[in-house]
Design a protein around this ligand. Structure first.
Ligand code: C2O
Ligand code: CU
Length: 547
């Protein structure tokens, strides 16, 4: 069951959901896409063949890819797109990942349907730090639009407004029976009494953190973002786009009953969002009655959609399994805001508030993705004029980040492609501060490519910039080790990583509308002195940048 070579053929295939049919991008005609299975430390090759009508790239989310940014995937950051009719062979190098990560397309919003899980197994004689389950259950939470996702993106980018909210949430691609025409399009998990199931879950939704629970069954969460954690017994979980969780489900309830699992949005800000619920069915094999014909079963209880303390009550329970690994001395502290902004439009002609255009920024720079050559190639081959190196290390103005009614000029970000250059081996502490410039603030699941980081601090309100030693209030003992962490609404997180992976690494909000609006930055980690501290040579089939 473990292969080291995969072929991913990307093509458009018609799918029918919610009473309507459209062509979606798929890998090997599957939605959700195929599961990749590896042992810890494996290197695999995935030949991505683009047989669709739009550009594609592939990203291995949570895979650090030591020294190998060439295969990381974000479009115009580490590669130019694979054009229709072309191929690219990705070399995916696993190193420290232990459990579940995932892969997804990384070009515009193509990841909406182009995604799948990656199961990592220990390499013998390594063993799991938790009891082995009898079965594994992949669960991908997602979002579905009846319209072509390309049109949804094209429209909100053109008008400057917010994107249309999705029409359904999904479990493994199934909306579930609460939605129209979806009675038979419901995820169904059959379990055997007494057995243990390991759920490997990702939130692949485009724009929504989610709550998830299963009626009458508690979940023992044993891993987050590909790393082991101290087990958490939970009656519900919160999972942001980009995050993965592994959890054990014990089939220990009355086998004659039916139990529903459900996911719905956690949404902190006052914006339009999909507030519907996706349902899956859990039933037991020994049950003799028909299970799907009558929908009388137990429903789980989920927190209210804007319950921030419930959301962070779960997030802050996560602690890494192995204590004492956190770098205590840092080389530098970088402080960045993450904001939603407005840009004025001629004659107030856009569809954002007061005729503005919505934007997003980090330290008041709204990131502009290059459109002809990627940043990695520009860096490696010294091509001038593609990016600048002046991403500020502190917010340009020290102000009360979370106060309402900020001066309007703070709402107008600079459009630029500015990167942050880091010396090899530096220990970076990055503080990410949410602001309430527009819309009163919102949670932002921030994802860093190329690294896992320790989340040493999470707080509400303003990070205290003037404090002499903020680390006295950090958890430097057993903080979560993650690649995606949610910055609370009008709050902050502090993360630490050692810049020991040379390359060009994207960091962005994993809510795709914010990424599209520019809530992104790029870190360039320079080569170290030793040969094994340097970027690997580029593959020779890299997609060309100029037509
Ligand atoms: Cu899961 Cu840059 O992405
Ligand atoms: Cu965001």
């Amino acid at each position: 069951c473990i292969a080291h070579h995969y072929t991913f053929t990307v093509r458009e295939v018609p799918y029918t959901k919610l009473c309507s049919t459209k062509a979606i991008l798929t890998v090997n005609s599957q939605f959700p896409g195929p599961i990749i299975k590896v042992h810890k430390g494996d290197t695999i090759y995935v030949n991505v063949q683009n047989r669709a009508s739009e550009n594609i790239t592939m990203h291995w989310h949570g895979v650090e890819q030591p020294r190998n940014p060439w295969s990381d995937g974000p479009e115009y950051i580490t590669q130019c797109p694979i054009r229709p009719g072309s191929d690219f062979l990705y070399k995916v190098i696993f190193s420290i990942e232990d459990t579940t990560v995932w892969w997804h397309a990384h070009s515009s919003w193509t990841r909406a349907t182009v995604h799948g899980l990656i199961f990592v197994y220990p390499r013998p004689p390594q063993i799991l730090p938790f009891p082995k389950a009898d079965h594994e259950v992949p669960i991908i939470l997602g979002e579905w639009w009846k319209r072509d996702v390309r049109e949804v993106v094209e429209e909100f980018v053109r008008t400057g407004g917010a994107p249309n909210v999705s029409d359904a949430l999904t479990i493994n691609g199934h909306p579930g029976f609460l939605y129209p025409c979806s009675k038979s399009d419901t995820f169904h998990l059959t379990v055997e009494k007494g057995k243990t199931y390991r759920i490997r879950m990702v939130n692949a939704a485009m724009n929504l953190p989610l709550f998830f629970a299963i009626a009458n069954h508690s979940l023992t969460v044993v891993s987050a973002d590909g790393h082991y954690i101290k087990p958490i017994k939970a009656t519900y979980i919160t999972i942001s786009p980009g995050e993965t969780l592994d959890m054990l489900l014990h089939a220990d309830q009355d086998p004659e009953r039916t139990y529903y699992m459900a996911a719905r949005a956690y949404q902190s800000g006052n914006i339009d969002f999909n507030n519907s619920t996706t349902i899956g069915i859990l039933s037991y094999t020994s049950s003799c009655k028909a299970k799907t014909s009558s929908f009388s079963g137990y429903y789980p209880t989920l927190p209210f959609y804007n319950d921030t303390s419930a959301a962070f009550g779960f997030f802050t329970k996560i602690k890494c399994l192995f204590s004492g690994q956190v770098p205590v001395q840092i080389s530098r502290r970088i402080i960045t805001t993450v904001s939603i902004n407005l840009r004025m439009c001629p004659q107030n002609s856009c569809e954002g508030p007061n005729g503005s255009r919505l934007a997003a920024s980090m330290n008041n720079i709204s990131f502009v993705t290059p459109s002809h050559v990627d940043i990695l190639k520009a860096y490696y081959y010294h091509i001038k004029g593609v990016y600048g190196t002046r991403f500020p290390e502190f917010p340009p103005l020290i102000f009360n980040f979370t106060a309402e009614n900020q001066p309007l000029f703070l709402e107008t970000p600079r459009l630029a492609t500015e990167v942050k250059v880091i010396e090899f081996g530096q220990v970076v502490e990055l503080v990410i501060q949410g602001t309430s410039l527009v819309g009163g603030g919102l949670d932002h699941p921030m994802h860093l490519h190329g690294f896992s980081f320790y989340v040493v601090g999470v707080g509400f309100g303003n990070y205290n910039i003037s404090e002499e030693d903020p680390s006295s209030r950090y958890n430097l003992y057993d903080p979560p080790y993650k690649n995606t962490m949610t910055v609370p609404r009008n709050g902050w997180i502090a993360i630490r990583f050692v810049a020991d992976n040379p390359g060009v690494w994207f960091m962005h909000c994993h809510l795709d509308r914010h990424q599209t609006w520019g809530m992104n930055v790029v870190f360039i980690v320079k080569n170290g002195r030793e040969p094994n501290q340097q970027i690997l040579p580029p593959p020779d089939d890299l997609p060309p940048c100029y037509e």
